[in-house]
Design a protein around this ligand. Structure first.
Ligand SMILES: C[S@@+](CC[C@H](N)C(=O)[O-])C[C@H]1O[C@@H](n2cnc3c(N)ncnc32)[C@H](O)[C@@H]1O
Length: 245
């Protein structure tokens, strides 16, 4: 039941223009990533290349994007042809890809939440491990396993997400609305935080840290503090990092 992005690649791309994407999602990602200048970065579940391009614009030396969806990769390559950034894109399952290359950073925006069980999660974590150089870091923004809001609590930001299920492996449906109120649906899966700790441990990645989302100063001044209160209270997404010690 994993969402097939081939048919919604363009609509998903547009959902990245919602203000919370810039002021909370991207801002929180870069707070944890720090400087990427001169670094080599593997972007797993790169989609149509949203973060791959930003990472390049932030000075990354080499960026490789991998996504399961051929439609997403086609869209990423189309943008690469229109505005070349020397990013390589591959359509492949992150659970078993082998690029025979080590990176300073492996990054993923919304990959781990496609794991339906511990086995999926361990396979993704092993992919991360075998593509990280010693001392390298994995940084990710992900659906928060501890989201505390209702299914409609995020509607004012342009989307809805199911309340957190009590059982691992249960689906979590997101609905992203456009300006006309039409929604696309994507389905993630719930796995609790301690299963993530277990999977990283099995893969040999250490020092797992979870970082609550934050709002950029620009987002605060443009929309005001009260606008962001529910997002910061309920935390629909979360940033995490581990290192390859
Ligand atoms: C919510 S989108 C995020 C895309 C991109 N990271 C972004 O932030 O714009 C999730 C992406 O994960 C991809 N995906 C899901 N399961 C995957 C897997 N096993 N291997 C690689 N990509 C996967 C989907 O095809 C989709 O493009």
């Amino acid at each position: 039941m994993t969402t097939n992005y081939d048919s919604i690649s363009e609509e998903y791309r547009k959902s990245k223009f919602q203000p919370w994407r810039t002021h909370v999602e991207s801002f929180s990602v870069f707070e944890v990533l720090g400087s990427v200048s001169g670094k080599s970065i593997l972007d797993l579940a790169c989609g149509e290349g949203f973060y791959s391009r930003i990472l390049k614009h932030h000075g990354a030396d080499r960026v490789v994007g991998v996504d399961l969806s051929q439609g997403m990769i086609d869209l990423a390559r189309k943008q690469e042809i229109e505005s070349p950034l020397e990013i390589d894109y591959f359509a492949h399952d992150a659970r078993d890809i082998e690029l025979n290359e080590k990176f300073d950073v492996v990054f993923a925006a919304y990959l781990l939440n496609y794991s339906q069980n511990l086995d999926d999660l361990v396979r993704m974590c092993k992919t991360i491990k075998r593509h990280l150089r010693p001392g390298g870091r994995f940084v990710s923004v992900n659906s928060n396993p501890n989201y505390t809001g209702s299914s409609s609590a995020m509607r004012k930001y342009g989307f809805e997400r199911d309340a957190t299920p009590g059982v691992d492996g249960e689906p979590v449906v997101y609905r992203f609305y456009d300006e006309k109120g039409v929604a696309i649906e994507v389905t993630n899966y719930h796995l609790n935080k301690s299963l993530h700790g277990e999977a990283f441990d099995i893969a040999g990645l250490r020092g797992l840290k979870w970082h609550s989302p934050r709002v950029s100063p620009e987002g605060l001044s443009e929309f005001g503090e009260s606008y962001w209160a529910d997002m910061l209270k309920y935390e629909p997404m979360i940033v995490l990092e581990v290192s390859n010690q």
